[in-house]
Design a protein around this ligand. Structure first.
Ligand code: FAD
Length: 139
């Protein structure tokens, strides 16, 4: 069964480029093996990640993520069965608030901050639809 899980978390400390490289490297390596696809957004200390794949594989990854000390306050925002994948060719794409992507984060910010914890599931889905269509991917 193909499912999609979306969660948010906060960075537990200031993460540098080496930390992000480690996270992305492990993600791309492990996700390709587990047939998991998705996108990871990082904006002002908040991660927002969407994972898609087999239900058992995504659950196993989520349990591993919960133990990762680089982030905290992990919260599932959306979970459900999907008919097909959104991120067919990304084992894990990274989106930060740099340059062209900043407008996208601003569009989905109710105040000065991008706060996925307070977004409805339909807003989250629209956000990821736009991510697919508009962003400049950094891999
Ligand atoms: P390794 O290659 O053994 O480790 C990779 C690097 O991460 C090493 O430098 C190691 O020191 C460091 N590291 C590993 N585990 C931890 C930890 N618990 N706390 C602190 N540092 C650690 N993994 C995926 O497989 N797929 C994902 O989509 C994914 N997304 C992530 C999103 C976020 C926001 C974060 C914070 C982490 C994510 N991870 C993801 C990483 C995941 O939490 C595990 O660290 C990773 O899956 C372990 O895989 P590995 O054993 O191959 O890593």
């Amino acid at each position: 069964m193909l499912i999609q899980l979306t969660y948010a978390s906060r960075t537990a400390r200031i993460l540098g480029p080496a930390d992000i490289k480690d996270i992305l490297g492990a993600s791309q390596r492990n996700n390709a093996r587990a047939d998991i696809t998705g996108a990871l957004c990082l904006n002002h200390g908040i991660f927002l990640q969407q994972l898609e794949g087999d239900r058992a594989a995504v659950n196993a990854l989520y349990h591993r993520l919960l133990k990762d000390t680089r982030h905290r306050d992990t919260a599932v925002l959306d979970f459900g069965e999907i008919p097909h994948r959104r991120f067919t060719s990304w084992s894990m794409g990274l989106l930060t608030s740099l340059d062209t992507n900043r407008q996208l984060f601003l569009k989905y910010s109710s105040s000065a901050d991008f706060d996925p914890y307070s977004m409805s599931t339909s807003t989250l889905r629209s956000f990821f639809d736009e991510v697919m269509q508009n962003v400049r991917w950094l891999e």
